[in-house]
Design a protein around this ligand. Structure first.
Ligand code: DP6
Length: 364
């Protein structure tokens, strides 16, 4: 099928209705959880990271997006979970900028209607920007019949949100930092079925995180310990990659926890100023986060195979071999009940496939 033509003026609707429907596609992408994290950018405009990162796609954290380019619209419209986004807001702008990148590649100017739905809550420590940007990129490029390879899709998704580049390939993934836009992309280390591990995300707080990742990346440069962290990452990446390939859970777990604490050590020592106030660092943890961190170490002493990781938020991700998941969930629920009236949401995921085009339409 040929690509849509560039359309500068609004055409006769009777004609375009038939044509417009061709420029529509849907895609599904999973969010991903970084085992070795992206924290700090070498180039903020291009989302070039300071270091490689390694992740796993999360089966329970899905975004399903339908994009329809149309001559009948006058500006991009975006619906997230059936709610129309404000065109002056941050999320609408991010989506529209990503559509601009796709339009530029396809040499078209048509605006688009985007319908997107997440299977998981946003702002709770599971990156909806990763699955959202990956699904948007795959749906929009498919709608405009752009035939892009996985590497190119990963580069394009990265421009929308860095971690989205890792949601394009399947399973266990490494994002190569690269030196310029073309060399900064993600590729598969191992397919989803390679290793039966489970992530239990313990959502301890329903409120939004205290500082968006995009701002945290920039503030990382303020930490006096960033250089030390970066110096240790090349070894960490090698050990982590090897541990995944060898399914060596203990080595994997030690790197996983040390890495999470390393990111938070940078965040907590990234001093910043807001109007009228100085802050010594960014603190993403709540008391329940620390309770879970300490409990995980106790559970290990008691024989459970479980390690934690944390992103830029209070949610604690507990990773265990799949056959340990019910013991881990029992332990979490027992801890939860220690304090009256608290309710934690648990989201269980296994390694998932990468982003793909689907026939199911999110707009209906
Ligand atoms: C802590 O990919 O959300 O989750 O590129 O500015 O969109 P932008 O940042 P984003 O950062 C994710 C940070 C992290 C670690 C990680 O996923 O590697």
């Amino acid at each position: 099928m040929s690509r849509p033509k560039s359309c500068r003026s609004r055409p006769d609707l009777n004609n375009s209705q038939e044509k417009v429907s061709v420029y529509k596609a849907s895609a599904v992408a999973h969010s991903n959880l970084a085992f070795v994290k992206y924290w700090g950018k070498a180039n903020a405009e291009l989302n070039l990271p300071l270091n490689n990162s390694i992740s796993m796609n999360l089966s329970s954290a899905q975004t399903h997006t339908t994009v329809e380019f149309s001559d009948a619209l006058t500006s991009d419209e975006v619906f997230l979970n059936d709610e129309r986004l404000d065109p002056t807001g941050f999320f609408w702008k991010r989506v529209s900028q990503q559509l601009d990148r796709v339009r530029a590649l396809a040499h078209v100017e048509m605006v688009a209607s985007v319908h997107s739905r997440n299977t998981f809550p946003s702002g709770v420590g599971i990156a909806s920007s990763a699955s959202g940007m990956a699904a948007l990129t795959v749906a929009a490029t498919a709608a405009l019949k752009l035939d892009l390879a996985e590497r190119e899709l990963s580069i394009l998704a990265r421009l929308g949100s860095g971690s989205a580049s890792r949601s394009i390939p399947s399973g266990f993934v490494e994002w190569l930092a690269g030196e310029d836009s073309q060399s900064s992309y993600s590729h598969q280390i191992a397919p989803p079925e390679h290793w039966a591990i489970t992530d239990v995300a313990v959502v301890v707080s329903a409120s939004e995180k205290s500082m968006a990742s995009s701002d945290g990346h920039l503030l990382a440069l303020n930490s006096p310990f960033l250089r030390t962290r970066l110096a240790s990452l090349s070894d960490r990446l090698n050990v982590m990659r090897r541990a995944i390939l060898d399914r060596d859970f203990e080595t994997f777990g030690r790197e996983l926890e040390s890495e999470a604490i390393s990111l938070h050590a940078i965040a907590m020592t990234s001093a910043w100023e807001s109007p009228g106030a100085w802050h010594s660092g960014i603190y993403y943890w709540t008391p329940a986060t620390i309770e879970l961190i300490q409990a995980t170490q106790d559970w290990r002493r008691d024989g459970l195979h479980v390690y934690f990781t944390l992103d830029a938020g209070p949610t604690v991700h507990l990773i265990c071999p799949k056959d340990q998941r019910s013991a881990v969930i029992d332990a979490i629920r027992t801890l939860e009940r220690r304090q009256k009236d608290r309710q934690w949401t648990l989201i269980e995921s296994e390694p998932a496939r990468g982003a793909y085009v689907t026939d199911t339409d999110e707009a209906n």
